[in-house]
Design a protein around this ligand. Structure first.
Ligand SMILES: Nc1ncnc2c1ncn2[C@@H]1O[C@H](COP(=O)(O)OP(=O)(O)O)[C@@H](O)[C@H]1O
Ligand SMILES: [Mg+2]
Length: 346
């Protein structure tokens, strides 16, 4: 009996509330096999005592029937979550009124992160979930434009900002609050403080999912965001090109350091299909597929380069508003939303 065999078997143990398993979440730290005794060392970060209990029971349910492993000893090291978790476990958001927080990130700018965030929000809302989208890109906000709104949000009696509603999604953007002030003057620690304050002051109205459109890169602002709110998981957007993949790896490493699970990758601008149906792989073929395999994460979808997607983004009605039958890109976003919902239940 080898540690590898045990590790494979433990892939059948799901993290409570998620369809992802404890091995791919990186919770299994060590496996030792001695004659008559197999020891599994697991580490979880949670404030909810039920999480380690459930993992413990699920591990034994898998391991105990295995022949030749002797006694199975499951040791679970429980750490307190780094961000204050109001609702309890690591999977709960610390933002009042929000069940799940999903960060959309990319190492590199211009790969379509905001396009993906906007369309995913629309497609998730179409599954019946209550969805919010927060544009955290202080220097290049684009969510308001992508939803065709120039409305300014109002504050409630508690001085919280009330999100704007558009296309069935609750929207918030740091740009809403700058009001003419140039983001260029908001720098360094001030930008960090501003971002933190911003994330805590929005009056989200009972969200199943809050999608955070992070700024590109892996610097202080990104770290601040994922440490200020307890993020359930991150989706990395990349093009198939090596230069984008290099930055996507940096983003994955950053989330790893702060214990935010990578839920999966989305490959954008995967190909261009001409009217005759021939596909042109402008940024190379299969980069995202290989990357996902390499890191053992899900590839949620491959989104082609598509004129209508760009046009509809610019004109404020995301392509995912179209029925799946009317657009391959819309269909890809709806599939991705379904896969995300299955991975992280609200
Ligand atoms: N799949 C796509 N097909 C066509 N244009 C796209 C696609 N994805 C993104 N774009 C366009 O590329 C540009 C950059 O996308 P954006 O979502 O703003 O990237 P990011 O947020 O990563 O900087 C935008 O003009 C957008 O409309
Ligand atoms: Mg953007």
């Amino acid at each position: 009996m080898s540690p590898d065999f045990i590790r494979e078997a433990l892939r059948r143990v799901h993290y409570p509330g998620f369809s992802r398993d404890i091995v791919s979440f990186g919770l299994v730290k060590d496996i030792t096999c001695e004659p008559g005794l197999t020891t599994i060392q697991i580490e979880v970060q949670t404030a909810d005592p039920q999480v380690p209990e459930q993992i413990f029971r699920a591990c034994h349910a898998i391991l105990d029937p295995l022949p030749d492993i002797g006694h199975a000893k499951v040791v679970i090291d429980v750490k307190a979550p780094s961000a204050p978790a109001v609702g309890g476990d690591v999977g709960k958001s610390s933002i009042p009124g929000v069940k799940r927080v999903i960060a959309i990130a990319s190492g590199k700018g211009g790969v379509g992160k905001s396009t993906v965030a906007a369309n995913l929000a629309v497609a998730l809302a179409a599954t019946g979930a209550r969805v919010g989208l927060c544009d955290c890109d202080l220097y290049g906000p684009s969510v308001a434009q992508m939803f065709g709104t120039s409305e300014r949000p109002l504050a409630n009696e508690q001085d919280q900002i009330i999100p704007i509603q558009a296309h069935g999604v609750q929207l918030m953007s740091m740009a809403f609050l700058l009001d003419g002030a140039s983001p260029v003057i908001v720098r360094g620690p001030m930008a960090t403080r501003y971002t933190q304050q911003f994330l805590r002051q929005v009056a989200w109205d009972h969200l199943d999912y809050l999608i955070l459109d992070l700024p590109p890169g892996t610097g202080d602002i990104q770290l601040t965001i994922v440490q200020t709110v307890s993020v359930d998981g991150a989706i990395i957007v990349t093009t198939p090109q090596e230069v984008a993949l290099i930055d996507a790896r940096k983003a994955m490493a950053m989330f790893g350091k702060v214990n935010v699970p990578i839920l999966g990758l989305i490959e954008n601008m995967s190909w261009f299909e001409c009217d005759a149906g021939k596909r042109y792989y402008l940024f190379g073929d299969g980069g995202g597929v290989r990357e996902a395999e390499l890191h053992g994460v899900t590839l949620f979808g491959r989104i082609p380069l598509d004129v209508a997607t760009r046009e509809r983004g610019d004109s404020g009605s995301p392509i995912a508003l179209l029925p799946a039958a009317a657009s391959k890109v819309s269909a890809a976003f709806h599939q991705t939303a379904a896969a995300l919902r299955a991975t992280v239940a609200p």
